[in-house]
Each structure stands twice: as structure tokens, then as C-alpha cells.
Design a protein. Structure first.
Length: 397
């Protein structure tokens, strides 16, 4: 049986720009298993003390009973792609796009992100997808090394099984790139996320402007690609994850058989299982379950798959991802707190659990020795409002 939080060779970030001293006092501190009134002190970018009580030391920030929680850890976001292609076929300059993406995430309380980049392209048919991951990764890593970002960025390669050039594109990456996650994506029509072809037609019709004949040709092309490359690409991607030292993730598992295959491949966490059956099988195999915050907030999947709240009600939800709406991550945690009547457990789905899933043990909790990534949150009615975001002790929003 796999552990829900597998081992990884992912190297932790070491930001050079760290604060010298910060104390947030008179706050409700959301710890691993309880909420206590107290203060958190950060020195040189690291939490050095958690103290209980409502005393406000000289020079401290009086949080006026607001919550203080760890910075949010995001494992799967398509947000960077939205910035580099703000509209179909519009190629926005990458460096400004990356900086804007970073600033947006910081403003929502995300202090660690695994930027999802598609690997695997299609050069035939109407829906063509060109290679971009290696070039964008180079630009992202260069910007990170130059200190241009407010938050911590890692790479997440979305390995598109149903493509023409997956293995060639993965081969361009090496261990020095510190790829944190490699997820196995199979978007072949008629299964997994798009069992309902009507949902797929709506999606690609709006995104690519396909008419009925073009859609039918698109479906036929994808099915042919899966038949030709599917098995080889899946096996190759699993091997590449091991070579890169990346945590392996499955995507859109639908059946118990899918999950059994994921387990045999060494998958550590499952992104967006589409059925209760798959989520239950993940629990049996010790695979952590991740669902999308937009699904939880909207009350259902945009593709007609299982609702995140159904899995939450069944105690089958471990990690939440903002997916395509960065601001949904914080909101979803407080929504889960209402569902479970357990704020520490809910906050863990967006902090400790995702951090442990990718073997980042230096963040995700309020405890001495953890990175000084913290948020100040005020609850007004059902709405959590960010009052401050600190990354490595620096105020970034």
C-alpha cells in the first residue's frame, strides 16, 4: 500500500529575501489540531515561537482576534496558462505574465505554488497544441533565481498521454529543474473527465470555436492518438517522474481499476477523481485525494463529475486545489470548516496536507521551525477576508 504522502527528492526553496523580525499577536492561531489565542513570532524568515495569550508585545501587530493560518500551498493551478494566453491564440509576453501570475496568487494567500505546465503536444487537426513547457520553465526558473517573485514557485509537469510528443518534451527536463510533480493526464474523449461528450463539446466549442464536423474530427484524432501512443506514453511518463525525482499524481481516475493502476505506478495523490468509487479506492490504496475548490464553491463539477462536497461528507477529501480560480482556495477551506465543524482539519487541506504530499516539510504549519509563510484572515459572515500575507516573513500583500 502506498503512503498518502510519498517521498520525493524535491529540494526546498531557500529565498534570500527574508525578514528580520515579525510578531503577529492577539490572534486566533490555527494550529494542527486546535485553535488557540496567542502570537506567532518570525525571525529571519522562520517561525521561532508560538505563545498563548492575548498579550501584545511592543512592536507586534495587534491582529484584533483575527485568524492567523499558514500560507496556502497550491499543487495544481492552470492560472499561469491563463496569463500567457489570455485569449485563444493570443501569446502574451511570458515574463510580465509570470510576474502578474505571481502577484495574483500572493494576493489570494497562496505562498507556495506548483505551476502546471503542459508537456505533450498535438500538431495535427484543428485543436493544435504547440510545445511550450521547456521554454516557459526556463523563463520561470530564471525569474525565480533573479528574485522577481513574491512567493515560492515549483514546476508541475502535466503529462498529456493523448498527444504526439510527450516523451520528447519530458526528455528536455532534468533533475536540476526540481520538477516537483508529474501528473498523468489522459483526456481521451469518452472516459475520465469527459465521459460525457456533450460536456467536452461545450468546452472545446467555446475555447476553440469548433463546429459539429470539426468536433467529430477532433474526437477521432484524439482517440487515434490514444490508441497509438497511450500505453507507451503512460509507461514513459512514470519512468520520467522517477528520473526527475518528481511526485507522481494521477488525474481524473474514474474506476477502481484506474486507481489500482495508479497505485501500481506509484502515484502519491489523485487529482480530481470523478466518482465516489474512485475516491474510495484511493483511500483503500493509501492515495491522497485532491479536489478542486471551484467544484466545492459552485456545488458541483463543471464536467458533471462527482461533487467535492459529496467526498467531503464521506471523509474522502484530503487536499484542495484552486484549479482555475486562485481566490477559491482560501474560501474553500472556510467552507470545509463549516461542513466539518473543524477549522484546523479544513485549513490542513490547503496547507499541511498539500505540503506533505510533495515532501515539503518546512511549511504548511504554525510551529517553531516552519517557514514564516502566514496569513491574517478576518471572518465576516461566511466570507474570509485576507488582512495580510507574509512569505518568509516578508509582507507581500
Amino acid at each position: 500500500m502506498n503512503s498518502p504522502f510519498p517521498t520525493s527528492s524535491l529540494t526546498q526553496t531557500c529565498d534570500s529575501d527574508v525578514s528580520s523580525n515579525l510578531c503577529l499577536a492577539n490572534a486566533q492561531l490555527v494550529l494542527a489540531d486546535q485553535v488557540v489565542k496567542g502570537s506567532v513570532t518570525i525571525e529571519n524568515g522562520v517561525i521561532c515561537e508560538i505563545a498563548e495569550g492575548d498579550y501584545v508585545p511592543a512592536g507586534a501587530i495587534d491582529c484584533a482576534n483575527d485568524f492567523v493560518i499558514p500560507g496556502l500551498v497550491e499543487l495544481h493551478t492552470d492560472n499561469v496558462e491563463r496569463h500567457i494566453e489570455p485569449r485563444p491564440e493570443v501569446d502574451w509576453p511570458h515574463l510580465p505574465a509570470l510576474i502578474a501570475h505571481d502577484a495574483e496568487l500572493a494576493s489570494t494567500g497562496i505562498t507556495t505554488v506548483f505551476d502546471a505546465l503542459r508537456a505533450g503536444s498535438i500538431h495535427s487537426g484543428k485543436a493544435r497544441y504547440s510545445d511550450y513547457a521547456r521554454k516557459l520553465a526556463d523563463e520561470l526558473l530564471t525569474a525565480r533565481a533573479a528574485g522577481m517573485f513574491k512567493i515560492s514557485h515549483f514546476l508541475h509537469l502535466r503529462a498529456e498521454i493523448c498527444s504526439e510528443t510527450l516523451l520528447e518534451e519530458l526528455a528536455a527536463f532534468g533533475p536540476s529543474d526540481r520538477v516537483g510533480i508529474l501528473s498523468l493526464m489522459d483526456h481521451t474523449p469518452g472516459q475520465r473527465q469527459f465521459r460525457d461528450l456533450t460536456a467536452l463539446k461545450t468546452y472545446v466549442g467555446k475555447k476553440r470555436g469548433m463546429n459539429d464536423a470539426e468536433f467529430e474530427a477532433h474526437v477521432e484524432n484524439l482517440m487515434a492518438l490514444q490508441k497509438q501512443f497511450g500505453a507507451r506514453h503512460e509507461a514513459g511518463a512514470v519512468s520520467e517522474a522517477a528520473r526527475l525525482g518528481a511526485v507522481l499524481a494521477s488525474h481524473d481516475d474514474t474506476t477502481a481499476d484506474h486507481v489500482a493502476t495508479s497505485s501500481a505506478n506509484g502515484v502519491g495523490f489523485a487529482e480530481f477523481p470523478t466518482t465516489v468509487e474512485a475516491a474510495q479506492a484511493c483511500r483503500t490504496h493509501g492515495i491522497a485525494v485532491m479536489m478542486g475548490a471551484p467544484n466545492l464553491i459552485r456545488g458541483g463539477s463543471h464536467s458533471g463529475n462527482v461533487a467535492a462536497q459529496e467526498l467531503a461528507d464521506a471523509n474522502l477529501l484530503d487536499i484542495v486545489s484552486s484549479d482555475y480560480v486562485p481566490s477559491a482556495l482560501l474560501l474553500s477551506a472556510f467552507r470545509l470548516a463549516d461542513i466539518w465543524n473543524d477549522l484546523p482539519r479544513a485549513i490542513a487541506t490547503v496547507t499541511r496536507n498539500p505540503a506533505r504530499a510533495v515532501q515539503l516539510h518546512d511549511r504548511g504549519t504554525l510551529e517553531a521551525g516552519s517557514r514564516g509563510d502566514v496569513l491574517r484572515v478576518r471572518k465576516l459572515g461566511e466570507m474570509p477576508l485576507l488582512r495580510g500575507v507574509w512569505c518568509h516573513g516578508n509582507k507581500i500583500a
